[in-house]
Design a protein around this ligand. Structure first.
Ligand SMILES: Nc1ncnc2c1ncn2[C@@H]1O[C@H](COP(=O)(O)OP(=O)(O)OP(=O)(O)O)[C@@H](O)[C@H]1O
Ligand SMILES: [Mg+2]
Length: 273
């Protein structure tokens, strides 16, 4: 965890193409639009956050991780009102090798971000894999959002991701990472396939309790919005996805932080990393 004063949310699923980046961008932009000060960090070397918001700085996450640039130097300010971004590029793929011998390399990002000030929320996008950067994303965060596709293999992927999160809780027992929401994406409302997928998620003892219904409906405008480097609220404010992501952000914003709920735990969490 970076700091108990900030809400830190990692968006994770080891399955690819399930809406992680779309969710990370819209959660970050949505919280910023509600007047919160938000930092969106791309912990995926695909660099899709930068492509989605047209942010292509010279200094990126890789420089921060390697200690070659400060947080201030890698942060792009004012991408939207209240929204700053730390971008990534494929150069970050080599971090796995470059940091092979580094001590406590899984908590490197959390330690690099420890001096962060002035934000209410930090949202971290991650790769479709449980790799070093994903561990770093999760060990920055107090909460995880797991977007889940509405087909069988996507549900298997979400299940595997939750197993991975349990492993992290076992390895870092004091970290206290919580799953805030299992978020269905690209839902074909009213189809048998969607009904079957919801049933399968609800049957799962861990996923069922965290499922956020009705999820984000299938909406082609999300693809066009990404291509136009806009959020869905900018590109198609009247669309289904604009409505669904607004409702999801509202749900998140209304949820009290774990730290606020468990005041006494704050000092313990602070001491972990
Ligand atoms: N609700 C939706 N309806 C329609 N298309 C969607 C929806 N959510 C996401 N998409 C589209 O699906 C594609 C994959 O989404 P996204 O890039 O967010 O997934 P990802 O999990 O981040 O992928 P990766 O694992 O490669 O990082 C994108 O083209 C995106 O616009
Ligand atoms: Mg992505």
């Amino acid at each position: 965890m970076i700091s108990p004063a900030m809400r830190t949310i990692a968006v994770v699923n080891m399955k690819g193409g399930v809406g992680k980046t779309t969710t990370a961008v819209h959660v970050a932009a949505g919280l910023a639009a509600r007047g919160r000060r938000v930092l969106l960090v791309d912990a995926d070397p695909q660099g899709n956050v930068g492509h989605a918001l047209r942010v292509h700085p010279e200094r990126t996450l890789k420089d921060l991780m390697l200690g070659e640039a400060t947080v201030e130097a890698v942060t792009v300010r004012g991408v939207r009102p209240g929204l700053d971004v730390i971008a990534s590029t494929p150069a970050a793929f080599s971090l796995e090798v470059q940091l092979a011998g580094a001590v406590q390399r899984e908590t490197l990002l959390a330690r690099r971000l420890r001096t962060l000030e002035g934000y209410d929320d930090v949202v971290v996008d991650s790769s479709p894999a449980m790799n070093l950067l994903t561990y770093n994303a999760l060990l920055c965060a107090g909460e995880a959002i797991v977007p889940v596709g509405m087909d069988w293999l996507a549900i298997v992927g979400a299940r595997q991701t939750l197993d991975g999160l349990r492993e992290i809780r076992d390895l870092w027992p004091d970290h206290g990472l919580q799953v805030t929401a299992v978020l269905p994406t690209a839902v074909h409302t009213g189809t048998n396939a969607a009904r079957a997928a919801f049933e399968a998620i609800e049957r799962d003892p861990e996923m069922g309790g965290r499922l956020w219904r009705p999820g984000i409906r299938q909406c082609i405008d999300l693809r066009y919005a990404t291509a136009a480097h806009q959020t869905i609220w900018e590109y198609a404010p009247g669309s289904r996805a604009a409505e669904d992501y607004a409702a999801f952000v509202e749900h998140l914003a209304g949820r009290p932080r774990e730290q606020e709920v468990a005041d006494g735990e704050v000092q313990k969490e602070q001491a972990v990393l």
